[in-house]
Design a protein around this ligand. Structure first.
Ligand code: C2E
Ligand code: MG
Ligand code: MG
Ligand code: MG
Length: 282
């Protein structure tokens, strides 16, 4: 075993660690080039009004077309982008690109954008958001900024201050991945979120056979309503999950059941005919 191997164990692990560091450095180098080389693209996933079935908006989700590795998902590069600070210029690109795209949609559709804690620390966030809205012409109330519970726990004051300023301009915010962090309910109450996004891990538990999962979903929805916040369930994959969430009063739903995230060029097909034609022509 590794333990009884003594020094041999270290020799065994060294090359591996070296390889990880090497891969990391390459990824960091490639990411800097990618921003300049237009290798990033935003995909969009609709979120749907649970009662009416109508699309309420789209969430922008980042993709990286790596020249050698192909399509790279955010889980692979966002953490490194955060560590290296690259998330600040990358996040600015996301805000500007997503707002420019949303400017082509019907006016009742929202655009949701994910933000990292490092973007709040940069102090540039509020002017960058204001700039993205101004240059695209998108009304502030159509923009929804998503922040994870875990992110807030590390940087609550910076997040609180920026979201407060943006809220005064009419920009909305959502607590993403709710239920995966460890924040207390009173802590969440302090934050001026408009929306709570119930994490996929809860939604995947929702089957007719599991009564406790229903009760949990119901409790989260009621908690949100009691704080005057709306709810979106993430990761809805089946009709059964949708039906349960509707019954429990969840306002919005999002997931593969409706659509996977798609490139901007595919959005027109998902909109009502007239609006779709307008987007195609734009
Ligand atoms: P998120 O914001 O919670 O986004 C939801 C993730 O779940 C997305 O993964 C989406 O593709 C996936 N998903 C949606 N519906 C379903 C479903 O029905 N089943 C399953 N299994 N998965 C579903 P993705 O695109 O890989 O993004 C992962 C995370 O990366 C996001 O989680 C978000 O935290 C982060 N991220 C993505 N784009 C950006 C960005 O532009 N900036 C920042 N800071 N973070 C981003
Ligand atoms: Mg999100
Ligand atoms: Mg989420
Ligand atoms: Mg997530």
């Amino acid at each position: 075993s590794a333990k009884s191997g003594g020094r041999g164990a270290f020799r065994f692990f060294e090359p591996e660690l070296d390889e990880i560091m090497h891969t990391r450095r390459n990824l960091e180098r490639d990411m800097r080039a990618a921003l300049a080389g237009h290798q990033f693209e935003l995909y969009y996933q609709p979120f749907v009004n649970t009662a009416t079935g109508k699309t309420s908006g789209f969430e922008a989700l980042l993709r990286w077309h790596h020249p050698q590795r192909g399509l790279v998902m955010p889980g692979e590069f966002i953490p490194l982008a955060e560590e290296t600070g690259l998330i600040v210029p990358l996040g600015e690109w996301v805000l500007r690109t997503a707002c420019a795209e949303a400017a082509k949609w019907p006016l009742d559709l929202s655009i949701a954008i994910n933000l990292s804690p490092a973007q709040f620390r940069s102090k540039e966030l509020v002017p960058v958001v204001v700039g993205a809205l101004a240059s695209s012409g998108v009304a502030p109330h159509r923009l929804e900024l998503e922040v994870t519970e875990t992110a807030i726990m590390h940087d609550s004051e910076a997040v609180f201050a920026a979201l407060g300023q943006l809220r005064q301009l009419g920009v909305r915010s959502a607590l993403d991945d709710f239920g995966t962090g460890y924040s207390s309910l009173s802590f969440l109450q302090r934050f001026p979120f408009d929306k709570i996004k119930i994490d996929r891990s809860f939604v995947s538990e929702l089957t007719s056979a599991k009564a406790e999962a229903h009760h949990l979903a119901r409790a989260v929805v009621r908690f949100a309503v009691s704080l005057s916040k709306t709810t979106t369930a993430e990761g809805v994959e089946t009709k059964e999950q949708l039906d349960i969430l509707r019954e429990e009063g969840c306002a919005e739903t999002q997931g593969y059941y409706f659509s996977r995230p798609v490139p901007a060029s595919s959005i027109a097909k998902m909109l009502p005919r007239d609006a779709g034609a307008a987007v195609c022509a734009a």
